[in-house]
Design a protein around this ligand. Structure first.
Ligand code: SAH
Length: 347
């Protein structure tokens, strides 16, 4: 039976119409499934009994099951979920991170089970790719996290996977996150992060919701970028930067660049100079992320002084917002690039 949480707003509207419901029911039902998060059609108390029964004849109403939740001393929490227990599709674990920081309460959502991009420095890619997450698996991460935390103000698609390789489901998820009948989170508080998937970025040109775009740059020349991020062998840095200029011209929205600083790979002043040259003509914000080590790879994080020198150079040259994102959640193996779909050892 079809899980009602797997339907986009439009699909739900069409299905309900097909089953003879008046159109205002869509909003009511959306509220029940995503805002109030009920676990049974019977709890939809403003629907007539016969309507509730009819819904349960046509649909199931599944939730993701939590495997465990861990919290570190900063309040950052890593949630591990079982995937949908549908025997027809591969199973695994979905990891989601909640990061409270001052007024901002961010949830970092996963979009794929693993990731096919195989970036050399990323643990998600190291374990390979199983499949795209369904709409329900993407949104239920948020629904379940919300039940356990004080509040959620921001969403970042920066968990496991490349959002643009699962764009249909990610797009439908954004529509529900933003909807007044869904999670009611403003589009400007939703960030889609990409490794540089050019056709995906182009899809954002026509997307009506003004979500933010983040691009994981990680290197400012073709050679290093192709070494770190194999996607660069298809979608070259040069073309990526042209697409981003076009993006700015169409959307007039500042782009966020992420740059993971890895010792002796991309952290010298020479690299900083190259980076300035590459991005200085694009209105942007730059987040430097010190590399989070993991046991399977030999890469290292640069020492504090080197990170500060790199940052100071960029700050002086760009005069735009440059920040060092001290990744939260590393003690939980929940920081950037540490999420995997396999069961992790106790940490
Ligand atoms: N595929 C998308 C979404 C994942 S975001 C993207 O690449 O943007 C995950 C972020 O974590 C990316 O910015 C990536 O560059 C960063 N990352 C991956 N491995 C990391 C590691 N070991 N340490 C720090 N950051 C890492």
């Amino acid at each position: 039976m079809e899980n009602i949480r797997n339907l986009s707003i439009t699909q739900l509207k069409d299905k309900l119409k097909e089953y003879g419901y008046p159109s205002y029911r869509t909003k009511q039902i959306l509220k029940w499934i995503w805002q109030k998060g009920v676990n049974s059609f019977n709890d939809m108390t403003d629907l007539k009994k016969e309507d509730r029964n009819k819904l349960s004849r046509h649909f199931s109403l599944k939730n993701l099951i939590i495997e465990n939740i861990k919290t570190d001393k900063t309040g950052t929490r890593k949630f591990v979920f079982h995937t949908d227990n549908n025997p027809d599709i591969p199973q695994g674990f979905i990891e989601t991170v909640y990061i409270p920081q001052g007024k901002r309460h961010t949830v970092c959502l996963s979009t794929q089970l693993g990731c096919p991009l195989n970036c050399t420095f990323c643990r998600t890619g190291y374990y390979g790719f199983k499949r795209n997450l369904t709409l329900f698996e993407i949104l239920s991460q948020l629904l379940e996290v919300k039940r356990h935390v004080e509040k959620v103000s921001n969403i970042v698609f920066m968990g496991m996977g490349e959002p643009f390789l699962n764009w249909t489901n990610v797009k439908h998820a954004i529509e529900i996150i933003n909807s007044d009948f869904g999670f009611k989170i403003g589009a400007r508080k939703i960030t889609v992060s990409t490794a540089g998937h050019i056709p995906g970025i182009k899809k954002l040109f026509e997307f009506p919701l003004q979500v933010k775009l983040a691009v994981s740059l990680n290197a400012a020349n073709e050679k290093t970028r192709s070494f770190l991020m194999p996607i660069n062998r298809h979608f070259h840095l040069k073309n990526l930067m042209e697409t981003l200029k076009e993006y700015y011209n169409v959307k007039k929205k500042r782009i966020t660049f992420e740059y993971v600083l890895i010792k002796d790979i991309n952290d010298s002043i020479e690299h900083a100079r190259e980076l300035v040259k590459l991005i200085k003509h694009i209105p942007c914000k730059l987040n430097l992320i010190p590399y989070n080590p993991f046991p399977e790879k030999p890469f290292k994080k640069p020492d504090f002084k080197r990170i500060e020198t790199f940052k100071a150079f960029l700050y002086k040259a760009l005069k735009s917002a440059v920040s060092v994102r001290r990744s939260r959640g590393s003690s939980l193996l929940g920081a950037c690039g540490q999420l995997i779909y396999k069961k992790q050892k106790e940490v």
